[in-house]
Design a protein around this ligand. Sequence first.
Ligand code: IFM
Length: 436
Amino acid sequence: MIYGVATAAYQIEGASNLGGRTPCIWDEFAKGDGNVYKKQDGSVACDHYHLYKEDVKLMTDLGVDSYRFSIAWPRIFPEKGVFNQEGMDYYIDLLKELKKYNIKASVTLYHWDLPMWAYNDGGWLNRQCVDWFIEYSTACFKHLDKYVYSWITHNEPFCASFLSHTLGILAPGRKSVEEGVIVSHHLLLSHGKVVDLYKNTLKLKNDIGITLSLMWQDSLTDSFEDNLAKINSDGLFNRWFLDALFKGEYPTYMLNLFGSKMSGFSFIKDGDLKLISIDCDFIGINYYTRTTAKYDSTSFLLSMMGYSSLPKTAVGWDITPESFVKTVKMVREYTDLPIVVTENGSCWDDELNSDGTINDVNRVDYLKSHLQVVDEMNADGLNITGYYAWSLLDNYEWSHGYSKRFGIVYVDYETQKRYPKDSYYTYREIIKKNKK
Ligand code: IFM
């Protein structure tokens, strides 16, 4: 079992105008009224761009086997068709530093920082974006594959499509069912094409997969209507992606639901679903919580989030390791591939004590209870091969800006000083014990 920590470029790097990088959709979205807490952006973040050696040292002291991070596309291609060696060199330096300490690199190609030049030309709504993504991925494979342990094409395509283009709460903040569906298809298509490129054209041999944000759905009550709501929410959050990736089809009931809000499905071309369902080496899942679905006749999904009495984190997410097990079992209905938990963690209002300690008891409990069920699931033969805590550092939590902390290391954003929290030491003990 691989133990790791995870981050993403836009959330930690900062240096948004250094090294030839150009703006991404988040730089722009953050400027808009009401999009992000206090209009905060990722221009400085945790300054990991400059402090990466210090952060690798934190990982080394933690004893993790692996570090999952993402590459900022606009550092590598700051303009359409223009490759930036300086951007690539930054990641080569980071990867060399990780190698020095025997930390395996798990690299995500797309964690939501679409370059503005691509967005201005239609972004993921434009099928050509798939080709731009292939060009970018090819450059990453060529320069970085020798340092990398595993590749992840996309992080949470649900968020990059429906949360970003239908519900409008993530960049670029669009509110259209049709756009969400088209974007989800192009993201999945780009995944399939990039895996095909990696395995069949370039014939590279490291592991490659995709990461889904799966969210277990319960119905608020046993009523017929709430059950219907649950089926539809499950379809949107989970089955739309799982069915496409593992069955090579989209769920018909979702096509029917979406269809009433769309002008058609001509953007789905012959052969797309075959490519989308290409064989991978693992499936990544990010698990945090579950939701309860309640019938809502005014929503296109006939569903809204219902009340739940379960204990919650500081972003209001239910704490339920039981739903983690249900989520993994749901994935097992689709595939025997190794499951990598590419993110799991919790958000709390941490306080830095005057002696530099942070007693994040709630995060410690969450971490322990979720790692405990990982052990139990593996004892039951569910074959989870990796677990990555989200996150190494407190960081830019998208529309919450810096107001929400998920790190096992506290970041003082004024000084950029890092303070390991109690959860960091707990995780270190667990890793040590499990390595014996
Ligand atoms: O911070 C995010 C991450 O970027 C994607 N998965 C969920 C995390 C917590 O919200």
